[in-house]
Design a protein around this ligand. Structure first.
Ligand code: FEO
Ligand code: CA
Ligand code: CA
Length: 709
């Protein structure tokens, strides 16, 4: 029976629901910590440094470098480097909404705004696509339709045109238990497997609208419309392409992979392509007992939850000829949305791990820089710097930038004594959770810089290589994005329930870090190719009303919206940070949210909630088009905790604020949503959104209060 393979619900060590844990990341939190390296935490390193300095009579490490709490010293507030194009035009005007109870099944937006679904799982993309039919889903139907569980999103209008454009969206994972009826699963198990593989990947979809400031509609049959799935051929490039480590019986070249899986956050490059991170790919493969390389990535023996291995030999690494199949996932992939016939590429030069994010920033020197988080408890933050330089308008050149370069992993050194990191929000005596850091090079071009590893081994088993080089264990690095206005880099660390009290450090200062935090990283000289940086903690998330660890860069806690589990990051045209959350219902009992966070000036650290997503959903892919008074989000896994026939969500069509489009179905549908409208007025208004509006209806909390604090 197929149902034997469907997710086992039960554990909830993290903040997500049990179902989300099972399906999104293969119950990563229930497995042993895959980073068993003796690689020290930074508490060890700081303690050792302090004891060395004490022996020399030098006092604490803090004497070495001090970065102010606002961390602006030495950080030029210059406008973007060439190639990094913010969407200029003024920030959004809104009053923060109150946090929304997690049972509310609606999109909640600020007063004056409306929300409109642009495209839903199953919407037909091509003229000859099947109409969405829940009871008859197959690989073929899904290959013609918008995929499941949207994550990374971008919405791009065609140059100088307010009426046409396109979106690109990742489809991270599937939830077969609410996508298919039990009867269909029982009678069509192979169709369920293949429809599931085809519901992964990415979609490119043309858009149109009536004019500036109006909601977009998707265009069926648009010229750029494309589905990339778990079956789509990808070429492989970079130093590990063609390596024996990537060869299988189906691909003796090691340069051609079928499919992309678990695509999470990503980014649009200055040359118009899209990068997408292959994240929790481990869960799709049956591992080999006793294989340390697989264990480091969480690949384990036994049946997988979706049972793809029953119909596709490549998903069982014990099958002869397929031992390396999992090595072909876990990369940053690049697709060209302008050319639906192009072959997407897996870039080995950026290393292989649970890639979250992949946003290019062009350094002042012209090199392309990509930051990426490895989303696992106690894993690392990475940076890639291209060997070649960006050339504006030269797409052929630019599409080779990610093929060769230097791959680094980050070490974060705190500058306060360990005794001042007390596991609470107590700011160290130097005024900040902060310090310096180093980018440790793992690979330079075709040369390995990791003793005992070939370049191919570093790139394929990047975690194992980084373990030996002193990288800092972080609290689950998610999105990493460069502010296009200031050049500062922001790292979302979503949470880490396993951060032991004895293993806290200044960069990860909260034991059992339930709510996560955000680090601001400033490359030395604001040069993104620099091998050294300073950093500070922008915020320690939490509900300030109840948390002893919440911290907002000194901004008054009673004037911020509660926030937990920061995940995706975005910026508006003024360089203000926007943070979406994944896990608030498990911590704060509020629905997942999108927040605006002020970065500069006296209101630094101010968090204002802009929206909440429907029941059981996560907020993904925020895109802030403030010149259009629009915000776009991907509503991922609505109704995830429901069952077939007993859904917990009817999003998007039959929720209270929804459009009632008349095709009510027994399953919620992950959907890309545009929030638009807004109201005229000064761009800085907005109350703090604290408190609970009690009824979950949309609307602000005490309109007019708390303005311009
Ligand atoms: Fe797919 Fe790390 O979130
Ligand atoms: Ca400090
Ligand atoms: Ca994420």
């Amino acid at each position: 029976m197929f149902t034997r393979h469907l997710p086992m619900v039960g554990h909830t060590k993290g903040n997500r629901s049990a179902v989300t844990c099972a399906l999104k990341c293969g119950n990563a939190c229930a497995h042993p910590d895959p980073n068993c390296s003796s690689n020290p935490t930074f508490k060890d390193i700081v303690d050792a440094a302090i004891s060395r300095r004490s022996a020399l009579g030098l006092g604490g490490v803090a004497a070495a470098v001090v970065v102010g709490g606002t961390a602006v010293a030495g950080a030029p507030a210059a406008r973007a480097d060439h190639g990094n194009t913010p969407n200029w035009g003024g920030t959004l005007n809104f009053d923060a909404i109150a946090p929304v109870p997690k049972t509310v099944d609606d999109v909640t937006v600020p007063e004056g705004y409306e929300w409109t679904p642009i495209i839903r799982w199953g919407d037909p993309l091509f003229a000859d696509s099947s109409e969405f039919d829940l009871e008859h889903q197959t690989r073929a139907s899904q290959e013609g339709q918008f995929g499941y569980n949207s994550d990374y999103l971008n919405v791009i209008s065609d140059g100088g045109n307010d009426r046409t454009g396109y979106l690109v969206n990742n489809h991270e994972y599937t939830n077969e238990n609410i996508m298919f009826s039990p009867e269909y699963i029982a009678s069509n198990p192979e169709d369920v497997v293949d429809a599931g593989i085809a519901a992964h990947g990415l979609s490119v979809v043309d858009l149109e609208r009536d004019g500036k400031g109006q909601p977009w509609r998707y265009v069926r049959g648009g010229r750029r419309n494309r589905r990339i799935t778990g079956f789509t051929p990808f070429s492989v490039d970079g130093p590990a392409a063609g390596s024996d480590l990537l060869k299988t019986v189906e691909d003796p070249t090691g340069k051609l992979v079928l499919g992309t899986l678990n695509n999470c956050a990503g980014g649009t490059t200055p040359w118009g392509t899209v990068l997408s991170g292959e994240e929790n790919f481990d869960q799709y493969f049956v591992g080999t007992a006793g294989n340390a390389e697989q264990e480091r990535l969480g690949i384990s023996p036994g049946v997988t939850q979706r049972g793809w291995e029953r119909y596709h030999d490549r998903f069982n690494l014990n099958n002869a000829g397929y031992e390396n199949e999992a090595n072909r996932f876990g990369w940053i992939v690049e697709i060209d949305p302008e050319d639906p016939t192009s072959t997407p590429v897996k870039h080995t030069a950026l290393g292989r791990f649970k890639h979250e994010a992949g946003t290019v920033h062009i350094a002042k020197s012209g090199h392309a820089v990509v930051y990426s988080g490895d989303d696992q408890r106690n894993d690392y933050v990475y940076k890639f710097v291209s060997a070649k330089k960006y050339r504006k308008g030269d797409k052929k050149n630019n599409m080779q930038l990610l093929s060769q370069g230097t791959l680094y992993v980050a070490r974060f050194d705190g500058n306060s004594p360990a005794s001042e990191i007390d596991g609470k929000a107590t700011v160290p005596s130097d005024g900040a959770f902060d310090g310096t850091g180093e980018w440790i090079a793992l690979v330079d071009g075709n040369e390995s810089l990791v003793p005992g590893f070939t370049v191919e081994e570093v790139l394929v088993n990047t975690r194992l290589a980084a373990d030996t080089m002193g990288a800092t264990k972080m609290d689950r690095p998610e999105d990493v994005e460069t502010n296009p206005v200031t050049g500062k880099v922001y790292i979302a660390l979503t949470n880490n329930s396993q951060r032991a009290a004895g293993a806290i450090d200044e960069a990860n200062p909260v034991p059992g870090n339930r709510d996560g935090h955000v680090i601001e990283l400033i490359e030395d000289g604001n040069d993104h190719t620099s091998e050294t940086f300073t950093w500070n903690i922008l915020l320690l998330a939490g509900d300030p009303a109840t948390s002893t660890t919440a911290y907002f860069s000194g901004f008054p806690a009673d004037q911020v919206s509660p926030i937990s589990c920061p995940d995706n990051l975005a910026f508006d045209s003024e360089g203000t940070l926007w943070i979406s959350t994944d896990g608030q219902p498990g911590t704060l009992q509020y629905g997942d949210a999108l927040h605006k966070v002020t970065l500069e000036g006296p209101e630094r650290g101010r968090v204002q909630q802009f929206l909440a997503v429907p029941r059981d959903a996560e907020t993904c892919g925020p895109v802030i088009h403030d010149r259009d008074n629009s915000v776009f989000v991907a509503v991922q896994h609505p109704g995830e905790n429901g069952k077939w026939g007993a859904p917990t969500s009817y999003f998007p069509d039959f929720v209270p604020g929804g459009p009632l489009r008349g095709d009510k179905v027994a399953a919620p549908r992950p959907t890309v949503v545009q929030v638009w409208g807004g109201k005229p007025g000064n761009g800085n208004s907005g109350n703090n959104g604290n408190g609970n509006n009690g009824n979950g209806n949309s609307g602000n909390n005490g309109k007019g209060k708390g303005k311009n604090k």
